[in-house]
Design a protein around this ligand. Sequence first.
Ligand code: HBI
Ligand code: FE
Length: 289
Amino acid sequence: MTSNKSVNQGVAPVTYGDGTRPPRGDYASARADYTCDQHWERYTPQEHALYQRLYERQAAQLPGLACEEFIAAVSQLGTPQEIPRFDVLSVRLKQATGWEVVAVPGLIPEEAFFGLLAQRRFPVTAWIRRPEEFDYVVEPDVFHDLFGHVPLLFNPVFADYMQAYGAGGLKASRLQACEHLARLYWYTVEFGLIATPAGLRAYGAGILSSTGELRHSLQSPAPQRLGFDVERIMRTQYRIDSFQGTYFVITGFEQLFEATAPDFTPLYERVAGLGELSADARLASDTVY
Ligand code: HBI
Ligand code: FE
């Protein structure tokens, strides 16, 4: 019986952006679709305790800053005292919106990422940050993916948007429009704000899982907050290792789903013809919040 180690050569590691940062995670044991086993039994008591501290600090900040849909769903993650077992969490999630959580070794190529989203399988990084990265880690770790992304996958409209985004992404990869689509993901799923009768609230996972950016995105005078506009977003660069210069505001999750309904091909062609915009650019046509 050959061990899967010898048969499975693993997959190529993936890093962010310019690739100057070393890859993080065990890509050698990942399958061809980049999924791997969570190995829940390998987490140490210190790692469970780190997860609990991250969870409790963020959960305390949510009222008045996170959107109600997120606050209502975050308890679906289960007890904060230990890193959730993905298979147990997936049973609950599948019942709610047909999604499941699958383990990945870290960042995965966009094609693989879109493919998993299109199948309603959300990739969650299996490793957790080091204690010295408590306040900030550049790459998504298990806390960012679980606490930031999974609660809204319990929301039917948002869950449908995420699947539509994945399906759109598969088409985009054939059109080499991944960068434009990555910007749409970045300015909605990762760093999106939503307008509510009580004021602006955060729904983006990158904001909700970050101790500093949750307040910054909603209360700091430094960034600008502009009305959601797919074409404007696809032209706008973003920053992977600092707070955003611009946040885009939706009026409801239906707006996201409707935005991904049409075929993006003509949109990509229009955007390709227009100039790129810096992360803090301002246009006269912008709706400013
Ligand atoms: N891989 N594991 C993981 N998690 C992500 O959020 C992720 C990724 N690869 C690519 C990516 N996000 C973004 O470029 C998306 O916009 C495609
Ligand atoms: Fe993320």
